[in-house]
Design a protein around this ligand. Structure first.
Ligand code: DQA
Length: 147
């Protein structure tokens, strides 16, 4: 069975109440349920994790090597700053999609640069919570293409 890890970075535990004008009213728990509901008929196993700590995210990426076929990563602000997370993705060699709720390219200049994008299969941003479902379909299609 294909297994996909959704990995969420700093401040995403506050979704629902955090800047709802930017990130919407959907909580991370709601998003997890959406992903599980979308995955169920596809016979895909889902892992769903969140951490505010860079090292814990790196550990989760390393652990994914033995447990998951793909990763959907919303690294939050670490996207724009973390060479260590980029190196973790390269080292683990698990196909990874970069995801953001907001359209980072329509926001502040410092959000336009991503260390993750350099090593990601692709990037999805700007579709709010629905982006998680889009990312699941995208990583599954990528894995199917690879065979
Ligand atoms: C975010 C975008 C990042 O720039 C920001 O730091 C976040 C959330 C998003 O999902 O839109 O924490 O990753």
């Amino acid at each position: 069975m294909t297994a996909i890890l959704f990995l969420n970075g700093p401040n995403l535990n506050l979704l629902g109440t955090r800047q709802p004008e930017v990130y919407g009213h959907t909580t991370l728990g709601d998003i997890e349920q959406m992903c599980r509901a979308h995955a169920a008929p596809k016979d895909v196993r889902i892992g769903f994790e969140q951490s505010n700590h860079e090292g814990a995210l790196i550990d989760a990426i390393h652990a994914a090597r033995d447990q998951y076929d793909g990763i959907v990563l919303n690294a939050g602000a670490y996207t724009h700053s973390s060479v260590a997370l980029m190196d973790a993705i390269t080292s683990a060699a698990v196909p990874t999609i970069e995801l953001h709720l907001s359209n980072v390219h329509a926001r502040e200049e410092f959000r336009h640069h991503s260390y993750i994008a350099r090593v990601a299969v692709g990037v999805i941003c700007g579709f709010g919570a629905h982006g998680y479902v889009l990312a699941l379909d995208a990583i599954l299609a990528h894995l199917a293409r690879r065979g």
